[in-house]
Design a protein. Structure first.
Length: 63
């Protein structure tokens, strides 16, 4: 299940990752770091990682 703050790729195009900003029914509002926005259905994206994993990674200090 894809949720807010998960990171996804559009299917067939892994040039840019998008963060899920809003879920409306089975449609997703996606935003990239360069402020590009996409509106796609859940079946049109491939999940990279979820927001909880990113929060855990943020707690680890890199030396």
């Amino acid at each position: 299940m894809i949720q807010i703050l998960d990171w996804v790729y559009p299917r067939g195009n892994k040039a840019k990752a998008y963060s899920v900003r809003e879920v409306i029914g089975d449609k997703l509002v996606l935003a990239a770091p360069d402020y590009t926005r996409l509106y796609l259905g859940m079946s049109e994206v491939e999940k990279i990682t979820d927001g909880n994993m990113l929060l855990e990674l943020g707690k680890i200090e890199m030396c």
